[in-house]
Write a protein that binds this ligand. Sequence first.
Ligand SMILES: [Zn+2]
Length: 64
Amino acid sequence: MLTTQTPATCHHLFAHPATDADHDALTDDLAYFRSIGDGAGILIAVARLTGAAACRSQLTGAAR
Ligand SMILES: [Zn+2]
């Protein structure tokens, strides 16, 4: 779990989620973008989710 500490900040162009809550919110956003056919939104959400686990483990030292 990453939620008990102040999250580190991701400095990638499309920032990865730094907490479990951020990750869950972004996953919900992706579902919404898909439901309305927002291609740009889908692309950005996928970019933010792609590699997120590796980035988060580097930020926090935790594995997900
Ligand atoms: Zn990142």
